[in-house]
Design a protein around this ligand. Sequence first.
Ligand code: GAR
Length: 195
Amino acid sequence: MVHIAIFASGTGSNALKIIDHFRNHSSISIALVASNKPGAGVLDIAERKNIPSLIIEKERFFRGDGYVSELKRRNIQWIILAGFLWKIPTSLIQAFPGKIINIHPALLPKYGGKGMYGHFVHEAVIEAKEKESGITIHYVDEEFDHGKHILQLTCPVEDTDTPETLAKKIQVLEHKHYPEVIARLINENLKIEGI
Ligand code: GAR
């Protein structure tokens, strides 16, 4: 069984889609939901779905071992960021090379980086009068929203769109594709590793 940890800071609608997608899966299990925000909606989802959860504390995350020992102890092999708003420390990136992925609600490299999340992204896209936006699924490296791209999908931005209507379109794309991309990546890796 491949064990995944989902890291999320907010409502957790993507986390929920991922959890439901892998429920009763033959080789992939969502083994942990980790959040830096006590009280985040994603923690209620974890509880409802009977998935162990963990609160990530700043000191240990950034100046301790980045929770590497804790994640290894729980046999976690992949880390999926789903609206996780803290930068991933080097200790964690080195301990999980090529095994941490993120989703961003825009077409990176545009509209990414520190502070570019959630509605801020959609407001910036509308403000710039972009004709399209979309999602980027990418590997995580030491810089915010920066690692190698895995998949980008676009959607049109109409003159009548508001940050809210654009957010909705992007969310539809995220929910539809993120779980599938995760499944594909892990399965391809299993083949490469000969398991
Ligand atoms: C998602 O739209 C995700 O792309 C975004 O946060 C939202 C989380 O929503 N992530 C970022 O902006 C990362 N820079 P959710 O809590 O409903 O899944």
